[in-house]
Design a protein around this ligand. Sequence first.
Ligand code: NAP
Length: 546
Amino acid sequence: MAATHEARAPGAAVPAPDFDAIIIGAGMSGMYQLHRLRQQGLRVRVFEAGTGVGGTWYWNRYPGARFDSESYSYGYSFSQELLEEWDWSEHFAGQPETLRYLNHVADKFDLRRDIQFRSLVTAAIWVEDTRSWTITLQDGSQFRARFLITAIGPLSAPTLPRIEGVDSFKGQSFHTARWPHEPVDFTGKRVAVIGTGATGVQTIQTIAGSVGHLTVFQRTPNWCAPLHNGKIDAETQSRIKAGYPEMFRRCQETFACFIHTPDPRGTFEVSDDEREAFFEKLYAERGFGIWQGNFRDILIDRKANALISDFVARKIRQRVKDPQIAEKLIPGNHGFGTRRLPLETFYYEVYNRDNVELVDITETPIERITPEGIKTSDREFEFDIIIYATGFDAITGSFDKIDLRGANGARLKDRWKSGPETFLGVMVDGFPNMLMLMGPHTALGNIPRSIEYNVDWVTGLLSYARETGLTRVEATPSGVASWTDHVKALGVGMLSNEVNSWMTGINSNVEGKQTRIVARYSGSAPAYRARCDEVTAQRYQELALA
Ligand code: NAP
């Protein structure tokens, strides 16, 4: 373990560390951050736990994993050459294609030479005397850097259920985010899926046709809407490429950087017929339009939300033949869009198949995993494969897994015990020279768009520090308090903040994560960027600089 206080003669120069910056994680944000800092001439090392680049798209190899934002809006925008040479084959690319894309980016920008794979970071300790971070890897090796940049993702710490017997199962079992690199053969197999979030939905609809029998264990149904994926033909491809500048400009203007943006009309400002026709149109269109491009008040006005919920419930009843199963698939404890909306492709029709069974575990709870399968309160099931689509210790979970200590040995995990506190979602007072990409309290939305902004902002700060000879940059306690209050205030009135989900920091499988927190910035992305730009324009005077 590195000493936190090392003797340095008063006035002596701060010694140079091994690297100007260490980045944890080689996903989309870590890769772009590496590229940007290298362009500035900085010495950078990325530590990545996996064997390849791609982060989310490296780990989540489960069947059916794919974008549910339009592919062309979800890649990098920083390189015109990259935009021109890469053809997305589908409107919503599958995980293998996205991983190929990210490997192509790594090759094109020669990123791998500064990425150390199979390198899980277990600790990061701030050393005041050397103004540097000491990073420890699982194998015990240590490295020092002036700046620590976390690129560890909001959804990257998978969680298994806390159910007795999870280790006792004798068949194959997988968490979706730790899916094997080799194909899994489902032919004729009895398969269980636990979890019906965006991941469970994609998995279920993809494997239902190839398994022998599928049993879905559902605790909370989610509102889902059709993805309407399709191949991109040559003519559309040319149109997409010609339209890139306009599309990315639009993404900069919309609320959450999606190509969809709320309709300026209120739900009750139109006639019943107009409203129904608008909902029908959105339900028939590709992607997140029904969620992000709906009437402006559906996510804040309970009555408006009840109308869209009722519309989607009717769709579920039309699509699922057995009325009792349809009712089980209709959420009763939250409104449409108040949790992250899973987009689906014939998901509801899966439940019309003879080889698929839905088990509502609020009625018959899982009591334990047995060597043969799953025991609920009324039945014992036998399985060959159990798939855990049980989600993540989101937003703060990947930070909690690292022994992260700032000034005076203070632990970030302790600091955030009652919820994250940040400045712009990027910095925390007491943790000098630590910058977070896609950390808590940043604008998530269309993640690649947010990543590019976040990375460019961090790059600007590090360049400024270098130009002006700063070796220590830190958020102030008042800056953190006021940003945290601002984020909390923005969350007031959002129906999503009144619902249990990963977005409100709830995870039944993690001790201490049963109380809702405001973990996400829920204002508009343009407002977020304007605030960050203001800090830059004032030459970072809101930070403590030394
Ligand atoms: P999730 O939304 O948190 O869903 C986890 C599911 O597992 C829920 O249905 C949950 O039930 C259930 N569950 C958890 N613990 C359980 C237990 N002990 N017993 C029974 N059921 C349990 O996780 P996710 O589906 O992996 O998705 C997380 C996020 O990843 C998404 O919201 C999305 O942002 C992202 N994602 C994106 C894509 C994409 O871009 N295409 C695809 C997949 C995921 P409860 O609801 O009752 O807790």
